[in-house]
Write a protein that binds this ligand. Structure first.
Ligand SMILES: CCCCC/C=C\C/C=C\C/C=C\C/C=C\CCCC(=O)SCCNC(=O)CCNC(=O)[C@H](O)C(C)(C)COP(=O)(O)OP(=O)(O)OC[C@H]1O[C@@H](n2cnc3c(N)ncnc32)[C@H](O)[C@@H]1OP(=O)(O)O
Length: 243
């Protein structure tokens, strides 16, 4: 199933492109960098490399940081106001801190759309959290589980046709969620009341329910968001959301 039919705001084309696989060399290179940096993160956490090797590796990473740091950083929401970021860096979802292949801090959660047996649309997120995400021994840190829920529930609510921002997110941790094992998150819309979109989700390791969540999203006026994002681009303050 392709995402897009329910997303009515034109700038959301960026999300659609993220899912429907717009291909460009630039996007491929971003994804390569994301993947390689993730591999570094995975290996450096509690590495058993000899100290001398750690020094050489630190030198190499410092050099990479210097090389890329010579170029100015843009914004994830670049072109947001003009709905024109498609074909540039890929969709902004590529840089999602949770599901973005091009964002090294994303595990990443791989998102797809599916249907449950009664035909209702659901979002499925598949992820294996590596060592960098350890909370309790051998288990995923609860904050990262909550973040994954926010992402899958956030995509599910967007299928309402009037997406918004997370107003409340509640997680019940039922069993330890194992590190280094494939997990499946499932999310759906429960009901919509005016601007409120109620969602629920579950996280499974195999057949084991390890956590469940529910969240309230409030639909937002995207023309206002686009205008604010445009102002951020013009004022170049970048980091400070004023929504
Ligand atoms: C540039 C940002 C882009 C955001 C992208 C969003 C969607 C994109 C779509 C698809 C993308 C696909 C996947 C996305 C993946 C993940 C999404 C992650 C989303 C986030 O990670 S997002 C960050 C954390 N999130 C915030 O940073 C929100 C800060 N917050 C606010 O910006 C406002 O607070 C807001 C907008 C939430 C509401 O403001 P508002 O002015 O629109 O609401 P209003 O007052 O009109 O209330 C209307 C009715 O909702 C009730 N209500 C309001 N707030 C409530 C609350 N908190 N709890 C319980 N009920 C609440 C009222 O009580 C009233 O109820 P009633 O009608 O019954 O009186």
């Amino acid at each position: 199933m392709e995402i897009g039919s329910k997303l009515t705001n034109s700038w959301l084309d960026s999300i659609v492109d993220s899912f429907n696989g717009v291909d460009s060399d630039r996007r491929r290179q971003f994804n390569r960098i994301g993947t390689a940096t993730r591999a570094v993160i995975e290996s450096v956490v509690a590495s058993k490399a000899p100290t001398e090797q750690l020094g050489l590796i630190a030198d190499a990473i410092e050099k990479v940081a210097e090389d890329i740091g010579r170029f100015p950083s843009g914004r994830v929401y670049e072109g947001f106001a003009e709905a024109a970021n498609t074909g540039g860096n890929g969709g902004f979802m590529d840089f999602s801190p949770i599901s973005g292949a091009a964002n090294p801090i994303a595990p990443p959660v791989e998102l797809s759309l599916s249907s449950d047996p009664d035909g209702s649309p659901i979002v499925v997120g598949v992820v294996t959290f590596g060592s960098a995400y350890e909370g309790p021994p051998g288990s995923v840190h609860g904050g990262h589980i909550a973040a994954a829920f926010d992402e899958v529930l956030g995509l599910a609510q967007s299928m309402s046709g009037s997406p918004g921002m997370t107003a409340r997110l509640s997680v019940n941790y039922r069993k330890p969620t194992p590190l280094g094992e494939p997990l499946t998150f499932v999310a759906r819309i429960v009901k919509k009341e005016g601007k409120k979109v109620f969602t629920e989700g579950k996280c499974y390791f195999g057949d084991i329910l390890t956590a469940e969540a529910d969240a309230l999203f409030i639909s937002v006026d995207f023309s206002k968001l686009a205008q604010l994002a445009g102002e951020r681009e013009r004022t170049n303050d970048g980091q400070k959301p004023q929504l």
